[in-house]
Design a protein around this ligand. Sequence first.
Ligand SMILES: Cc1cc2nc3c(=O)[nH]c(=O)nc-3n(C[C@H](O)[C@H](O)[C@H](O)COP(=O)(O)OP(=O)(O)OC[C@H]3O[C@@H](n4cnc5c(N)ncnc54)[C@H](O)[C@@H]3O)c2cc1C
Length: 460
Amino acid sequence: MIEAETIPRIDGFQGTLFDRNHPGYDEARRVYNGMFDRRPLLVARCSSADDVIAALAYARRERLPVSVYGGGHAVTGLAVCDDGLCVDLRGMKGIAVDPVARTCRAGAGLTWGEFDQATAAHGLAVTGGRATSTGISGLALGSGSGWLERKMGFTCDNLIKVELVTADGREVVASEIENPDLFWGVRGGGGNFGVVTAFHFRLMQLPARLLGGALVYPVEMAAEVIRNFRDVFPGAPDEVGGAISLTSTPDAPIFPSSVRGRAAVLVHLLYAGEYEAGEFATAAIRAFGPPAADLVGPTSYVQFQATTPLFPGSRNYWTADFYDDLPDEAVDILAVAARDPISPHTNIFIAPGGGYASRIPEDANAFGERRALFNIHFLASWQDASFDAEGTRRIKAVSTAMKPWSTGRVYLNYIGNEGQARIDNAFGPTKVARLRELKAKWDPENFFCNNQNISPTGQR
Ligand SMILES: Cc1cc2nc3c(=O)[nH]c(=O)nc-3n(C[C@H](O)[C@H](O)[C@H](O)COP(=O)(O)OP(=O)(O)OC[C@H]3O[C@@H](n4cnc5c(N)ncnc54)[C@H](O)[C@@H]3O)c2cc1C
């Protein structure tokens, strides 16, 4: 075992090593969720797949636990582990777009902001995370929900290949042709099977001028706005992307006083097609009562992607469930919660199902829930550690009150450390069994366990 004071060397490693004495150590180990302050022995910022291989070999030799850092946005904080080696992919940000084939090869350390900029330069996009700073890696491996999912499917549905370093240090490719079992598992099964160093995506052409933005309603209208959204959205054309946010608006002049700096209901809309067609297709949603602020208008995909507010370092407790229906009783629970926000940055985010994503065969990949009509993300966020117990208790209470209507399936990218049963519920028993077999084949010793873990035996 290495000592904390030893300045380590990794043979052949070309990237940057941050040990506990390095001036960049604290920045390198920081994750989005301020609840976690883990102190690895070493952060190995890799510049290539060879660096990943060298770092993993070093960790094995020194018997160090390993974590993998894509963008550090998992609410679990598991990109970093205590007293171990963090394989940091943020040195791997190369992206090559093939505008003719409409594909790209993207380095595993890219954020969605960086990725979107590069593909938008060619008028192309893939379903991506709704925040610019989220890593493409963790999001895509956990399936990936975004504004384009009703048109294109989840992020993982658009993967054509991954390059991956296995637990025993081999560099392999997984696609429909090479290692198809592994390819099935990495699309939704998280980072359980190896370190993905590059993702190859199929991309979609998008017009430069899109219809997008938010309709902002006073919180007193929450129940009727949610009911309208519930009734209209699931049957909307595939091109209509959107969601509801039960949150608070900033104190900004763009909002009239009835919705400025206070609890409000935001109906987000993005039409993935020609602007004029978008006006027509979203008419039923927009026709519902006049909003206090209508911020829907011309935008670009990159601009729209950058509208999600970011609070890095804030303290977060998240949970999530899928729903087949939101009867009025369930809507009323949400409306009450909307009127009494836990904190200004708390956001109960209701994403609609339907569209192309719901028509992809269930067994296409590991992702476990395509048919649900709603995915609700209970996202509570605050600044002060003294509020941890209260904030956590209150958001859990809302999600618990909603359980009677959940499908029992869980959206893995939106949950924290909630135990093995919840991880298994993301997939259902048949897929869990298949994922365990895959784990036994590709990582029998559960070397990669700092994640939403699927172990060969079901025990961590
Ligand atoms: C502000 C914000 C907005 C979000 N918006 C969305 C959204 O719109 N849609 C959505 O689906 N999710 C969203 N999420 C959740 C997000 O998808 C997950 O948090 C995801 O894990 C983040 O990926 P990351 O690479 O940043 O995370 P990390 O914390 O770096 O990694 C997450 C997990 O994956 C593992 N991992 C990461 N990269 C690799 C790799 N290359 N190979 C193997 N394992 C790896 C890590 O070990 C870790 O366990 C959001 C999160 C935040 C904080």
